[in-house]
Design a protein around this ligand. Structure first.
Ligand code: EPZ
Length: 464
């Protein structure tokens, strides 16, 4: 397993481009199950989760071809309808194949994804929505077994105890595109990734209105065709690098920054004293260039994670690392995943002063974090520890960085390009793992698969 070895204290300077969004690309890829037309997705990061979903789709009869940042998907065999446990267990987001596969193939057997490092991760709302569309659903042997005649449009309330469900909305919205009649999803997720998916589905011939609002209306059609689509920039990766700059008192430019998808985070960053300024005030806010700089002294803040457009839970850990250096006491309350605090113990090992009580943590800022060996536990907690290492005095070694490879393309290269002292090493031999290109997943064909894209082919853990 790889580690990151970081010498802290370097100010980040320079310019990087934000990669395509993992959490948009996954349901976009799953939509290939809705058609036998050819789909071409561009601006796709070479991430472990993307490759793992590619493997699953190939098992489901979709020809998947990776070529640098482009994926071509073409369903050629619709006979298989079983997404097996050995693939789904590596990434719980595989559940996003359920709705599209059921709608088109009238049958879907998908292993239940189980939990992850920070919670149970239920799918009851996914199943409720599909059942409302007429699916017959059984749970047996750890599998969801769903079957239907042609789905029928319905009015569905999809709200849960912690708000809406992102992948649940993706599943139901995708399935409803081929249902007979009109579907109304009330309490739909408003995340930008849902808007990106709706835009692509409409390009394939679907009739979806209201994506990005709590009420989405879908008028079913007989069939969908192929399309080309550029994946939206990754707002969580963008927010992560903006926080990295702030933690090192740096000054960077981020290109392809999805400003209008990050207004809550930008607002809180401004409150702390971090300035995210558009380079061109008139640029398209869905993907523009921004300069990130900050005050010498950071101010505390009060953060509560919410469904979009609230503060994103996926930036909570990274923001906590920033608040660990603020001049005063901050409060972070996690409303989406109340156990999403695995990073607290590790940050404390680096000298952060954090007191957690249930789903709330109080952070008393310190002047300096101290480098230490720390352990990554899930995708965003790992990012948090890397950011803390960039700011800490001395050396930090972050173990189990395979978590990071699931959601950040070569994070060490991006940070090194910005001036950080960071290298990827093999845990056992502590030798540079630079350009180590492990055997890629055997089933992914793709003449153009570059070393960069193959890097980090690791088993994922299911936390996203
Ligand atoms: C998506 O997960 C993201 N993953 C997560 O990002 C993100 O944290 C989450 O949305 C919330 O924004 C992907 O898009 C691949 P949810 P998802 O269903 O859709 C409860 C990352 O780090 N719930 O919106 O699985 C659930 O327990 C990952 O990139 C139900 O109660 O999350 C949670 O409290 C981590 N029943 C809340 O809703 C259900 O059927 C939001 O979950 C489904 C969810």
């Amino acid at each position: 397993m790889d580690q990151f070895r970081i010498q802290g204290g370097r100010r980040l300077n320079g310019r990087v481009t934000v990669e395509g969004a993992k959490n948009a690309a996954l349901p976009l890829m799953a939509a290939s199950l809705l058609t036998t037309g050819r789909m071409r997705l561009t601006n796709v990061g070479p991430l472990a989760d993307i490759r793992n979903l590619g493997t699953l789709l190939e098992r489901l009869g979709v020809a998947v071809h990776f070529d640098d940042d482009t994926i071509t998907l073409n369903t050629s065999d619709e006979s298989c309808t079983h997404a097996p446990y050995e693939v789904v267990k590596t990434m719980r987001a595989s559940i996003c194949v359920l709705g599209p596969m059921l709608a088109r193939r009238r049958r879907a057997v998908v292993s239940m994804p189980g939990g992850c490092a920070f919670g149970t991760r239920p799918i009851d709302l996914h199943l409720k929505g599909l059942a409302k569309l007429g699916a017959r659903i059984e749970l047996d042997g750890g599998n969801v077994i769903a079957s239907c005649d042609r789905l029928k449009g319905a009015t569905i309330f999809l709200g849960g105890p912690n708000g809406s469900t992102v992948l649940g909305t993706a599943n139901v919205m995708s399935a409803a595109t081929l249902a007979e009649g009109r579907t109304v999803i009330e309490a739909a997720a408003c995340e930008p990734e849902i808007v990106d998916l709706a835009n692509m589905l409409n390009r394939m011939g679907a009739r979806i209105r209201g994506a990005g609002t709590p009420r989405i209306v879908i008028d079913g059609v007989e069939a969908l065709g192929g399309c080309e689509h550029r994946v939206m920039p990754d707002r969580i990766v963008a927010g992560t690098y903006a926080i990295a700059a702030a933690m090192t008192n740096g000054d960077i430019v981020l290109d392809d920054f999805p400003y209008d998808s990050l207004l809550a985070a930008v607002d809180h960053l401004a409150e702390v004293g971090v300035h995210v300024q558009k380079v061109d005030p008139n640029a398209d806010e869905s993907r523009c260039s921004v300069r990130v700089s900050c005050n010498r002294v950071l101010r505390p803040s009060i953060i509560t994670t919410q469904p979009h457009p609230g503060f994103p839970t996926d930036l909570q850990a990274q923001f906590m690392a920033l608040l660990a250096l603020a001049d005063g006491n901050s409060i972070v309350t996690e409303k989406i995943y109340t156990e999403r605090f695995l990073h607290v113990a590790e940050l404390s090992r680096m000298g952060a002063q954090i007191y957690r009580q249930g789903s709330t943590a109080v952070i008393s800022g310190v002047r300096q974090l101290r480098g230490a060996p720390v352990m990554a536990s899930d995708l965003r907690a790992s990012a948090c520890l890397v950011l803390a290492g960039l700011a800490a005095e001395g050396e930090t070694v972050v173990s189990r960085v395979y978590h990071l490879d699931r959601g950040y393309s070569s994070m060490e290269r991006v940070l090194k390009a910005l001036g950080a002292s960071i290298e990827r090493v093999r845990e056992s031999k502590a030798e540079p793992a630079e350009d180590a290109v492990p055997a890629i997943l055997p089933s992914i064909r793709g003449a153009g698969l570059t070393a960069r894209a193959a890097q980090g082919a690791v088993t994922s853990t299911p936390d996203a």
